[in-house]
Each structure stands twice: as C-alpha cells, then as structure tokens.
Design a protein around this ligand. Structure first.
Ligand code: FES
Ligand code: FE2
Length: 318
C-alpha cells in the first residue's frame, strides 16, 4: 500500500518567513515557502513587505538584485518600479506611456512580532482573521536572548502538531517513565494544552507543568515551569508539499548566573533535538487516517482533529 497523506498540503494561517534581525532596512531576499517564490524586503520606513517574486514585465525575480527605493521596489531587469504596499506599477523609466493594463504584483499580508516575520496564507485568498500575540515574557527583560535551532522535516504540519496531544508516544518514543496526564481544549484558532509533571531533583520532587498554546500550525508558545522557567517559541512553515521548516527558540528566565542559564538552554535544546530525531522516522513514514482507531488513553487527539479542520477549505477533511 502506498503512503498516503490525504490532507491539503498548505493549511491556512500565519507562517514565519524570516527572523526580524535577518532583514535590515533596504535588504532584499529571495525565499520559497508554501510552494511560492517570494521576495522579502524592508522598506526605508522599516516595514517588511512580502510579494510574489516574479516581475509582471518579463519575469525577473525581484529577490535577485531588486532594489528598495523609499517604500517601493525596483526590478533589476528593466527598472520598473512597484509600490510595495499595493504591488502596483508606478514607474517605467524608459516608457513614454505606461502599459495600458496596469501591471501589479501580488502582495502578502505580513506581521512582525516576537522578533519574527510572518506572512498570512489563505488558500481562498481571504484576509487575516486573527493575530499572532506578543509573548510578554520574552519582551520583559527577564529572559535570556533566544538560542535557536532549525529542523527540516518531511511531514505535514498537522501530523507534527498532533504530537502535542498524544501522551502515549512520550513513553514509547521518547522514553518517559509514564504516560503524562494531558488535557487540551480548543479556543477558536488557539489550541491550549497542559501537562502536569514532577521533576526529580537533588532537593526532592518539584511539581511543575508544561503549558502549550498553538495558534494554527505556524506558531506555538510553550511555558515550562517547575525547576527553571523556560519559554519555547516554535514556528513551522511549509516549504513544499510535505516538507516543513521548523525553528525552535529557547528563552530561559534569568537567574543572575549566565553560566547556569546557558546550561539550562543547552539542556532544553539537546532534549528537543533528541525528541525530534526520535519522532522524525515516524512523521516521515506514517500515513494519515481521517478516522483513526482511538482508545481512552489517547488524550485529546479527537479535540485536536476537530480544531484542525478550521485551517482548510470547508469539507476538505472528513
Ligand atoms: S522584468 Fe522586471 S522590469 Fe523587465
Ligand atoms: Fe514527540
């Protein structure tokens, strides 16, 4: 039987396209996400813009040699200039008359929050219907700068996200002693989950919990409390069908001891990297059942499946 992932490959939502510090004023970058060639740039007023890459004139890629001029972008091939907000052609320096049918480039909705640039993808072209929230802790000065780690996984984002609500796999894939008690609830586009944990430390057991919020499949924030408070900000973006780029950022609450903070961040990075490597062969080889056989220990998978449906065109999930 052939491996079949019967899910639309590009769910709707906000998806990361770069880190804020990767794009300075005037910088122009080519990118490829959601199966689209894109150009990203920061205008002189500091706004990030994302447009389809190819010039409507003779098809040059604006990300390879395009120039920012004020709030506009100029094509490297014949110097046509476009308004970056509307995508409209506003200058052809060598023409006596502008082309009769006004050329226009498709623009993508952008937001920049938590040091990350996101674009809005909607398979039916609708405008954004929710926002990516600020994570107050990481902007409070109380947490370290992030340690970042990038993974490329050949799997659908829904399949990866389902891990969050799959308590049994923590025992059988990741080697946890027990199946942790977990609960999840959907709140519109947000899925909230909580797992209670007991940490064994030299000073005895410490009660803690993991608090997870997923905003669609493109952005998630996890708070680990107990021994040392740590925030994990995760983004996932589909590059091409069933290939995803995942970036994980670790922020540790400052303890007044930089060495200890670094050690905690490193321990988290190592643990998450280990878990990704353990999950990867499952994700990259599994099939997808619309109606899986579930048991009473399978946590909130049914809740997760109902929540997931809103990110696809109506009726595309059974
Ligand atoms: S291809 Fe862009 S101006 Fe000619
Ligand atoms: Fe996992």
């Amino acid at each position: 039987m052939k491996r079949l992932i019967d899910l639309p490959p590009h769910p709707n939502g906000w998806f990361r396209v770069c880190e804020s510090d990767e794009l300075t004023v005037g910088q122009v970058e080519p990118k490829h996400y959601m199966g689209h060639d894109l150009v990203l740039f920061r205008t002189e007023s500091g706004k990030v813009r994302v447009l389809d890459a190819f010039c409507p004139h003779l098809g040059a890629h604006l990300g390879h040699g395009g120039k920012v001029e004020g709030e506009d972008i100029r094509c490297p091939f014949h110097a046509w200039k476009f308004d970056s907000e509307t995508g409209e052609l506003n200058e052809v320096p060598y023409a006596k008359k502008m082309p009769p049918k006004k050329a226009c480039i498709n623009t993508w909705p952008v937001c920049e929050v938590n040091g990350i640039v996101f674009v809005w993808y909607d398979s039916e072209g609708r405008p954004p219907s929710w926002d990516i929230p600020e994570v107050p802790e990481i902007n409070s000065g109380e947490y370290t700068d992030p340690i970042k780690k990038t993974f490329v996984i050949k799997a659908h984002p829904q399949e990866m996200a389902e891990n969050l609500v799959d308590p049994a796999h923590f025992k059988y894939i990741h080697g946890n002693d027990t199946v942790p008690p977990a609960e999840a609830e959907a709140d519109g586009h947000i899925l909230k989950g909580k797992i209670d944990l007991t940490y064994t430390t030299p000073r005895g057991d410490v009660e803690g919990y993991v608090d997870v919020s997923a905003y669609g499949f493109g952005f998630g924030r996890t708070l680990f409390t107990g021994v040392v408070d740590t925030i994990v900000v995760i983004t996932g973006t589909v590059v091409e069908d069933f290939k995803q780029e995942v970036v994980i950022r670790f922020y540790v609450k400052k303890m007044g001891d930089e060495g200890a903070e670094q050690a905690v961040a490193q321990a988290f990075t190592d643990e998450v990297s280990k878990q990704f490597l353990e999950d990867q062969p499952i994700w990259e080889n599994k099939t997808y059942w619309h109606k899986p056989q579930l048991c009473d220990g399978d946590g909130s998978i049914a809740v997760f499946r109902r929540w997931s449906k809103q990110f696809y065109p109506e009726g595309s999930l059974q």
